[in-house]
Design a binder for this molecule. Sequence first.
Ligand SMILES: Cc1ncc(COP(=O)(O)O)c(C=O)c1O
Length: 418
Amino acid sequence: MNKPWLPLQEHDNELFQLCERELLRQREGLELIASENFVSPQLLACVANPFTNKYAEGLPSKRYYGGCAVTDELERLAIARAKRLFKAEFANVQPHSGAQANSAALMALAAPGDTILGLDLAQGGHLTHGSPVNFSGKLYRAHFYGVCKETGRIDYDLVAAQARALKPKVIIAGASSYPRHIDFEAFHSISREVNARLLVDMAHIAGLVAADLHASPLPWADAVTTTTHKTLRGPRGGLILWDDVELTPALNRAVFPGTQGGPLQHVIAAKALCFKEASEAAFRTYQQAVVNNCRALAAVLVAQGMQLVTGGTDNHLLLIDLRHGKLSGKDFEQTLERVAITANKNMIPGDQRSPFVTSGLRIGTAAVTSRGMGIAAMGSIAAFLVRTHENHNNAQYLDELRQEVLALAQRFPLYPHW
Ligand SMILES: Cc1ncc(COP(=O)(O)O)c(C=O)c1O
């Protein structure tokens, strides 16, 4: 601390080089991972703020540490903005991540050993919705609903029948790889009929919800969890929202001291900025472009012979069905990496391959749209995907294709002033 201030490059060159290489990787290639995005330069800068030095266990005005007056103001600002953005009565902005938000929400809504009912991981759900390898499958008696074999969509009558038979304490709606709108009102009716709590995890679609491009779960759910870093385009983090004042003590206590210690106040500062950015008209335009781009990408892929789960998309992601093709999801993901395209393998409904191999590839348009890409670029990206798939054994072809991918990315500079 007594040394003169040095830029990171001189202070720790090894670390600086890693940061530079990651920035180059993000700039050079095409990012199609559906859960990723590029925050604004202002938000990127905002994460590095002095609140990282502050301990603030507790809630505003009810802290276990001194010196929290400014931190209290910051957290109140973030809470107010989150509530306004999602039209919620209450918010807790402290969860470190989406998984933390889900662990706290489940702790508040159920007791260990209670039955929970969520979407199967292999059919689009998330680990924290009851997977046996996760706390949610170890602490609770987890059961799963799936999607309809023929359509790939959630069959609400089947969910209702399962709920009637199982009488779960909590029903979880929300997904990590579901390309269609989710009917939260239908989930509400089912949960009320069987006297269950409804937890909605809107992590993937929070940006669409903020922009009114997907119906909000708020009027229907007992608690809503989300990440802030996917379509919402904020810092890595979690958030819980709810309307019922009676749930307030349980939800807040489940975050701290239930599942976390000191909140990451520097990230909460960046969340406050994210909520402000997401409330602006430009964000709605951006989200509309994300959805339009995804539809356009899906249409070209289908026209070029690719099969998609559910045949298309309503949101920011699509799932390529590789069950009948030459490549597994894992092979396709690795081949795409050779041409500077990042996407991720994914289980698809009816998958016979293991979760490490998979028969699906998940594609999202949130990040490339943040770079300013539009419908024409989606045509190029669809062609890149098809050409990579068809020429996966041809090293020279892939090298040349990589140059085309880099050229497209260069036309849409990322953080040009960084
Ligand atoms: C639906 C859903 N919920 C929760 C999470 C977990 O979020 P995190 O990685 O921030 O813990 C994810 C992550 O991909 C997700 O897709």
